[in-house]
Write a protein that binds this ligand. Structure first.
Ligand SMILES: *Cc1c(COP(=O)(O)O)cnc(C)c1O
Length: 406
């Protein structure tokens, strides 16, 4: 007799649709396999009214509603907290949502925040438009000059963003010096100044953001933790339970949940993150060094290359580098030749994001470098190295360089 028939026999008054919804079968609990189970829920059941009224999800002791966590999202939170060397994690639907969550949780009208001028562009846009509309003022600082940060902190400063390496131009800042300035300025304030590192580049693999002094570490899990180019997710991790609680309550009020299937994909990517990071790092360094010697190339930006801004700090503080390098072409080359170079690439596909299996290329316009020190005729071309063979990628770059120089 099948379990369905058994149930129907035990409760003969229930019709087939009802039995299929309220089926009594429960599989044995002690199932163990390499991958954790995937639990999907909006609704979570309570055994009693007392349980419904007393359960607390905030300390992960119980389940109340899909937005407040499932075994799958709790598991991923713990894994990401470990990856970053922190204690508490919240998950959000994208890296950009993680940036917005930090800003919205910690800033109020009248506050100021400081952002490095080479920060991820949408971080600056969120501050310039959304935060400005709520009476919060963004100021920008030079991350390669700690004295500039110190000079810009005011009695209204509440949050300082950090990014290592900087977006597109890949300058590697002195994070211990910058976070020490924030801590010193914060001492004795009723509302402390919080430092938050966008750690998407380091991914929790190249260095620990907390050991370099950050209070909060956010990451676009979209990049290395996923590794597939097929998931969008973000995280915010801290070692401080009080800061975590502030983030968690804003996270709840905003309704920022992540889907179980996406969480599963990131959990699947994590066991191989160190191997992928190292392999892609080695390939990118080989190609960046090669590219530097090619005709038509003025400069290659990558913190492991001597002469790249922050190279010495990167050597001191990091154990690896993300697989990104940025090419600046000779000023004398016509702008349409740079476009032709990008269009000629075959293995490097044109597309945003990075850290997946496919190598990618994004040409930036010179006008997009406004607000930065950019003394070059052309906008930069950022290359992200995937998991293809280095020899094939070098051949692809070589044929595109022939088009550039034709
Ligand atoms: C990609 C990226 C983000 C945003 O991540 P999304 O998941 O695409 O929203 C934020 N910061 C940095 C440095 C990134 O590279």
């Amino acid at each position: 007799m099948s379990d369905l028939q058994a149930t129907a026999t035990l409760v003969p008054a229930l019709s087939q649709p009802t039995v299929l919804i309220h089926h009594s079968y429960r599989p044995p609990a002690d199932f163990e396999a390499p991958a954790p189970g995937v639990h999907k829920a909006s609704t979570v059941f309570f055994p009693s009214v007392a349980a419904l009224r007393s359960r607390d999800w905030k300390d992960k002791s119980a389940y109340t509603y899909g937005l407040h966590g499932t075994p799958t999202t709790f598991t991923l939170e713990e894994h990401i907290a470990t990856l970053e060397g922190g204690a508490h994690c919240v998950l959000v639907p994208s890296g950009l949502a993680a940036i917005a969550l930090v800003d919205m949780a910690l800033l109020r009208a009248g506050d100021e925040l400081l952002i490095p001028h080479n920060a991820y562009g949408p971080n600056k846009s969120f501050a310039a438009v959304e935060l400005a509309g709520w009476g919060i003022v963004a100021r920008y600082y030079d991350p390669m000059n700690p004295a500039d940060l110190a000079a810009r902190i005011s009695d209204k400063t509440r949050l300082v963003w950090l990014e290592a390496a900087g977006s597109v131009t890949l300058e590697f800042p002195d994070l211990p010096a910058l976070t020490a300035i924030v801590r010193q300025a914060s001492a004795g304030r009723a509302r402390p100044i919080v430092s938050v590192l966008d750690n998407t580049w380091g991914a929790g693999v190249a260095f620990c953001g907390f050991d370099l002094g950050a209070d909060l570490v956010m990451q676009a899990l979209t990049k290395y933790p996923s590794g597939g180019g097929d998931v969008l997710m973000g995280s915010v991790v801290t070692r401080d339970p009080a800061l975590h609680r502030e983030l968690l309550l804003t996270h709840m009020r905003l309704g920022l949940g992540v889907g179980a299937n996406d969480a599963e994909l990131v959990l699947r990517g994590l066991p191989s993150i160190a191997l992928r990071y190292a392999a892609q790092d080695a390939a990118a360094r080989e190609l960046a060094g090669w590219m530097q010697a090619q005709p038509g190339v003025k400069q290659v930006l990558h913190p492991a290359l001597p002469g790249s801004p922050g190279h010495e700090t990167w050597q001191r503080d990091a154990r690896g580098a993300a697989s990104l390098f940025t090419v600046v072409f000779d000023d004398a080359i016509a702008p349409e030749r740079v476009v032709a170079f990008c269009d000629a690439l075959k293995l490097f596909r044109l597309g945003y994001s990075w850290a997946g299996p496919v190598s990618l290329c994004v040409p930036y316009e010179r006008s997009e470098m406004r607000g930065r020190d950019w003394p070059h005729a052309h906008g930069p071309v950022r290359l992200a190295v995937g998991l293809e063979s280095v020899a094939d990628l070098r051949a692809d770059l070589a044929q595109a360089l022939r088009v550039l120089n034709a």
